[in-house]
Design a protein around this ligand. Sequence first.
Ligand code: KG4
Ligand code: ZN
Length: 357
Amino acid sequence: MKILAIETSCDDTSVSVLETPSTVLSSIVSSQIDIHKEFGGVVPEIAARAHIKNMIPVLDEALNVANSKMDNIDIIATTKGPGLIGSLIVGVNTAKTLAYMYKKPLIAVHHTEGHIYANFLGKKPENQPQFPLVCLTASGGHTNIIYMKSHLDYEIVGDTEDDAAGEAFDKVAKMLGLGYPGGPIVSKLAQKGNPSAFNFPRVDLTKKPERNEEGFLVKAEESLDFSFSGLKTAVLREVKKLTTEGKALTEKQKNDICASFQEIATDILTRNLLRAVKKFEPKSVLLSGGVAANLLLREKIQLELKKIKCSASFFFPELEYCMDNAAMIGAVAYIRAQNNKFVTQGDLTPDPNLRLR
Ligand code: KG4
Ligand code: ZN
């Protein structure tokens, strides 16, 4: 069985051909970073137009590298949402047109489930994550902790109240004039900085203990939700303080801000994931999304799991599968096909606010 998968939810045009999550025949990603970086972030209208321009060359390359033709593709899959509407429309309409022309069945995928299943890519079935699992998925658009008892069964147990983790990295980079996307630049400068130089807030949404109806103090359950806006504002306040009277930030100050911010952002992500691990006692712990590329975050999670003598295996995707890519959409499509979850042409409409269920 060959699946052709398409992903265009944000600023990467990607097409992949795969047989199973273990056997990826091609994974082509055309990044638009060079176009958007001069604006300091993704410009939706420009992204949509660039997808239209890139789609056919990326599709041709994915088929060529996989040594395949449309005639021997069995299933076509695409990201239905969430994402930028103009970007989603390009992927969805390409998938629908190909399915109509070549008479192929269609599968619709949620972008976040793609990120979770990136952890299954390129691994033999016996080395893939086991259920139940807990996954921290963090990117520029979302930050979630998801509990899964079995394939395609998602329970969102942690969400962000405001910014996504990747978005916070991007905004800090912007404040420091470092360019876009922020994650890779902030983590690079952080290597040269002092992580204790600035004491930014470690926001915890756990409520204070409350009295129940009988007047007894009830221990509050630790929150699995995130908030990054307080941390981001604290960085902004520090930058303003250091740049009064037209002063420019020194390299050392920039490195120290990056290191202190990264230290706290990764602490918050690790803390909540560990709370979920203690609560759900999963067989596998997964990290995914663009922020999963952060080496300090990977190290901290590994260390904390070891500290609590957790027997679960820890997974994170290959670097190329942390960022947006179509192979992860194909991995979900493989499981959906096994469960007969196909969609009709009429059902497949782009949904920028699609919920995971
Ligand atoms: O998954 P992704 O490619 O796109 C979205 O779905 O958003 O993630 C991109 C996000 C950006 O916010 C970027 O700054 C962040 O992932 N990112 C990182 C790192 N590499 C990318 N954040 C922290 N550390 C990194 N090394
Ligand atoms: Zn993504």
